[in-house]
Write a protein that binds this ligand. Sequence first.
Ligand code: FE
Length: 339
Amino acid sequence: MRYLITVLSIVLLPQILAASEVNVYTSRHYDSDAALYSEFTDLTDIKVNIISGKGPALIERIKSEGVNSRADIFFTVDAGNLWKVQKEGLFQGIKSKNVLTTVPENLRGPNNEWTAIAKRARVVFYNPQRVSQKEIIDLAYEDLADAAWKNRVVIRSSSNMYNQSLVAALISNIGLERTEKWAKGLVENFARKPQGNDRSQIMAVANGEADLAVANSYYFGVMLSGSAGEQQQEAAKKVRVLFPNQKSRGVHINISGAGILKHSPNSENGNRFLEFLLSPKVQKYMVDRSYEYPILEEILPSPEIAGLGLGFKEDDISVKKFGELNPEAIRLMDRSGWK
Ligand code: FE
C-alpha cells in the first residue's frame, strides 16, 4: 500500500504541481503589476510566472514555441496589438462567464479572444499660459486640423500604435475621406517634427515649445505623482488636460488587455487569473499605480486622475475596429505626410 502511494505520488505529483501555475507573458511596463501576482498566489495557490519583454519579441517567442509554449496569458497595451496577436491565431476564446459579463462587449476582441483589463483616454494636454479657455472650449479631435492651431500642436510619430488606433477610430467615426483631410491639416499644424514618446509631447507643452499635445491620460498621473522625478512633476503642474469630443461621441478610449493563448497548458488558471485582474480590489490596486481607468464602474481611478474630472463622455466604439482598420490608418497617415 505504502509502495502504491509512493508510486502514485511520483507519477501524479508533477502533474498536480504543473497544474497549479499560470505563465503570464507581459509587455506592460508597470513594475507595480508584480506585487499583484503574489496576491493571486496567496488567494489561489496558483503560482504566477512572469515573462516580460517587448510585445513583438514576446509574440515571436510564443510563435516559435508553438504547441510546446508554456505561455498561458499574453498581457499588453492597445487593442491594435491584441488584434495582431489574434490575427496570428495565437489566442483561444476566454471562457470565464465572470469576465464576459464584467467587461462591456465593445472592450473585448472578436470571439472573446481578448479582453480589456483597464482603460486609457487619449486626451489633449494644453498650456494655459498660451491657450485661452475660449479657444479650447468644446474642442474635438477634428478641430486640431484648424488653421488656428498652426505650428502649435505636438504628437508622436505615426509609427506609434496609440496614434494608429486614434486614426482608425476617426476613420470609423467620420469616414476615410474626412480623416485624411484632417490628418493633412494636423500635419500642417505640427510645432515640430514628431519625436519622442507621449511624455515628451507633454514636456514640450509644459516648456512652451508647443501649445497642445495629444497623449494618453495616465502619463499625467505618472508625472504628477512625482514617481518619475521632479522635472516631470513640475511639467505636469504646468499643463491642463482636456477630454475632446464631449459635445459629440466622446473621448477616444483604448485599453490594456489580455487573452489566453491557444496552446495554454493551464487555460483554466488563465481564466481565473483574468477574473482576478477584473476583481474590485485588484482593479483599484492596479489603477492607483498605473493611472489608468478601471473597467469596473464602482471603482475610482487614482486621486491624480480623478482630479481631472469623472463622468466625462467616452466614445463607445468597439476597440476591435482599431485592429481592423489599422492597415488603413497606417496608409492614410503615410499619405498625409505624418512622419
Ligand atoms: Fe504608454
